[in-house]
Design a binder for this molecule. Structure first.
Ligand code: ADP
Length: 270
């Protein structure tokens, strides 16, 4: 009987191994597929701005003396804008690698979130120039323990998206509030919003909702970086659609550190 059981066990183990091998093969194939999809996407994102830069620079080199001033200025703008886009993409890729390798080490200090929002808005001014920006961050919010560089980058990416995906002239709202031991910062726009089934997937690396979004300057990296950064600081980030009108609403939730001094100190500090 023991021998029979041992035989059966051996057969069962063999079968499990067989299944495991098949799964491993499937996983490896899936990883390969993903890797080549990523490479295609990265190459596309690098090539598009590079072709534009090369085209504009080539035209300038060949025809500059004969071109009207306005055409020259436009070609130069293309070179500058597309270089900025390349630069952003590469910076995003590097951030992503840092998050994935676990090398992300936040540099914590206590900050008023309104101050960080102010810096991010300043930095994003060029991008948000065609939008009205409404900021409502009460000055009496508790201080947060955060890395201002990372937090600013998160806000910057959200402001960038809000203006990219909503019509010029519309309003982007940034509001903050405290509730239940957390501080929330929300960025809302007046664009088309995000289909319900994509609300969670927009945080996936390289995920983009609409085919048409491919033609907009974007990488599908911004939101996954946001999530990586926010989580590395102990917070969460979520996407929703506005309830009062069409538009997307992204909410960052950060825990209020227990040792945070309360707002009454603010006046003495400044
Ligand atoms: P991208 O570089 O494509 O903007 P993100 O990771 O920042 O990459 O965003 C992923 C996708 O989520 C975008 O391609 C877009 O389809 C969608 N998305 C992000 N923000 C918004 C928004 N404010 N309104 C509508 N769609 C958005």
């Amino acid at each position: 009987l023991l021998d029979a059981l041992a035989d059966q066990a051996a057969v069962a183990i063999e079968r499990v191994q067989l299944v495991a091998d098949v799964d491993r093969a499937k996983l490896a194939a899936e990883a390969d597929r993903l890797r080549s999809a990523l490479l295609t996407s990265i190459s596309h994102d690098l090539k598009t701005p590079l072709s534009a830069i090369m085209g504009a620079a080539g035209t300038l080199k060949e025809f500059a003396p004969d071109l009207p001033e306005q055409d020259r200025a436009e070609l130069l703008s293309t070179v500058i804008d597309e270089s900025e886009r390349l630069n952003r993409f590469i910076a995003n890729l590097l951030d992503m690698t840092k998050i994935e390798s676990g090398a992300m080490e936040p540099n914590y200090a206590l900050h008023y979130v309104g101050d960080v929002v102010g810096t991010a808005l300043n930095r994003a001014r060029k991008i948000t120039g065609e939008h009205k920006i409404e900021v409502d961050i009460p000055p009496d919010l508790p201080m947060l323990k955060l890395d201002p560089v990372l937090f600013e980058q998160v806000l910057f990416n959200l402001l960038d998206n809000a203006s990219k995906y909503s019509p010029p002239g519309s309003t982007v709202r940034v509001q903050g509030w405290a509730d239940n031991g957390s501080v929330m910062v929300q960025i809302m726009d007046e664009g088309p919003g995000i289909p319900a089934q994509d609300l969670e997937r927009v945080f996936d690396t390289f995920y983009r909702v609409r085919k048409g979004d491919q033609v907009r300057a974007g990488t599908g990296l911004g939101l996954s970086i946001c999530r990586g950064f926010v989580e590395s600081m102990g917070g969460t980030i979520s996407a929703a659609n506005r309830t009062d009108r069409p538009g997307a609403a992204f909410t960052i939730t950060m825990p209020v550190p227990t040792e945070a001094p309360d707002i009454d100190n603010r006046g003495e500090e400044t």
